[in-house]
Structures are given as C-alpha cells and as structure tokens.
Design a binder for this molecule. Structure first.
Ligand code: SAH
Length: 261
C-alpha cells in the first residue's frame, strides 16, 4: 500500500472513530440528564413533600434541559431558577412542581375529590397559564391535564416556546402572544389557572374566567422586586376562597393593568 493510501485509510479510520466516540458522548450525556432528572425529583421535590404521582411522573419525564439556553444546560436540573433570555427566568423545579400539585392534586378547605384520583380526574382539566416563558411549566401541565392554554407577552419567548413544544410533539398546548391580564375570554371558563409572573393584585378578568364550580387558581401576588405571596384561590359560584401558601419570588406581570382589583 502506498504512503498516500495508508494516510487516507488512517484518516478515514479516525473519522469513524471520532463518530463512534461522539455517539457515545451523546448517549452518555442523555443518560446523565436522565439521572440528573431522577435526582432532582428525589432530592428537590419528593424530599420537600410533593407526593402526587401525576406531578412526579411529569417532572421525571419532561426534559428540562431542552427548555434552557445551550449555555445553561449543565445547570438545568439544579435547585434554582435560570435565565432564559429577554430578562426572564424559568422557575425553580420545586416551585413548578408545587404550583402544579396545588392546582392539580391537592385540596383546600377539606376538599379531597381530586386528590383521591389524580390522574383520571386531572385528564379532563382545561388549564390557563399566564407567562409561557420557556414553555416548561406548560409541558408539565400538558402531561397531566387535557388542554393547556398559555399566554406570553414577550413575543420572541412565546414564539420560541411554541416552536419547541411543537417539536416535542405536544398537541394539547395552545400558545398565544398577548397580555395575560385579560386572560383568554374566547376559551374561558378554565378549570385551573396558573400565573407564573406576579401582579400586584389578582386581575379581575382571571377571576371571572375561573370555572364557577370549583375552579382553582394559583398566583403570586405582590410588588415587583419584593417577595410575593403565593395564593391559592378556589371559586364556588360567586365565592372566592383564598389560601396563603408560601412566599415566592417571581418576575413582575407587566402590560396593561386595566381591570386590576
Ligand atoms: N412559566 C415559565 C416561566 C415564567 S417567567 C416557564 O415555565 O418557563 C414569567 C413570564 O411571564 C415571562 O416570560 C414574562 O415575559 C411573562 N409575562 C409577564 N407579564 C405578562 C403578561 N402580562 N402576560 C403574559 N405574560 C407575561
């Protein structure tokens, strides 16, 4: 074999070898993301008392690293919120799980209907989210509920989330670019409303779009830059029962503030 041919053969072999190692690296990476997700569920979510099988299953399944910018991927299963661009953040995994559990599985004022049969009962729920952001919370909800309607005010974020959610195969998530203060009147009423940005007061429009027979809303309320109160609201006809859950820190709800109570 001539020197030239040997060099060519070695070159081809090195390409094949590089391709194999790259493949292994990628496999290793995806395996380790799965392992990281498992750890996240055990150490951050179960350990803090979230027990709903539907919520734990969704947190285990949805690939959080797909929802963060490339540079943040290694941190995507950490116990913290992360920047997603446009000055916005993806919430801490525990907060996503807590808010989901509170509206999907948990009970307030002694009501236990959904807690006893989370997966079948939840499968019928129509949910509205205000603040699509990365689309992660919407994906978690879509694993559990029937339909998820989600509104984002920052167009590039909404467009990116919609594209990703489509790519991931979600057919039950509807993204709208707009101001969440007004809700989504054409699609109301909603069994559940989850607000992932903080208004100073609960918007009237959202209260009005909550299903009258046991609709529930989870919403952080308070001033921008300070800690806000995470509040669970349950509607029974014209009655709205409010429960304080904990203190949280969300980005402010921006946009038109008409209709604020
Ligand atoms: N749920 C998101 C995180 C939300 S961050 C996730 O899982 O990634 C809060 C989001 O609310 C930001 O993207 C912000 O642009 C959006 N937002 C703020 N005010 C809004 C409003 N009035 N209507 C709709 N979205 C709003």
């Amino acid at each position: 074999m001539s020197k030239k041919k040997t060099a060519m053969l070695l070159f081809l072999l090195s390409i094949v070898f590089a391709a194999i190692t790259l493949g292994e690296d990628i496999m290793h990476l995806s395996k380790s993301y799965q392992a990281l997700r498992q750890e996240m569920v055990e150490n951050q979510i179960k350990a803090r008392g979230i027990t709903g099988a539907a919520v734990l299953g969704a947190m285990l399944k949805v690939e959080r690293h797909r929802f963060v910018p490339e540079i943040m991927k290694p941190l995507s299963y950490g116990d913290r919120p992360l920047p997603i661009g446009e000055g916005q953040t993806i919430s801490q995994p525990y907060i996503v799980a807590l808010m989901t559990e509170l509206i999907i599985c948990s009970s307030i004022s002694g009501e236990t209907a959904i807690k006893s049969a989370p997966s079948t009962a939840a499968k019928r729920l129509k949910v509205l989210e205000i603040g699509t952001g990365s689309g992660y919370q919407a994906a978690i909800l879509a694993e559990i509920a029937a339909e998820v309607y989600t509104i984002e005010i920052v167009e590039p974020l909404g467009v990116r989330a919609q594209k990703l959610l489509e790519e991931l195969g979600y057919k039950n998530i509807y993204v709208k670019i707009g101001d969440g203060y007004k809700g989504w009147p054409e699609k109301a009423p909603f069994d559940r409303i989850i607000v992932t940005c903080a208004p100073e007061e609960v918007p009237d429009a959202l209260l009005g779009q909550l299903a009258a027979d046991g609709g529930r809303m989870i919403i952080p309320v308070g001033e921008a830059g300070a800690t806000q109160k995470l509040v669970l609201i349950k509607r029974e006809g014209d009655k709205y029962i409010r429960d304080f859950i904990t203190y949280v820190m969300f980005v402010p709800m921006v946009g038109q503030k008409d209709g604020v109570k």
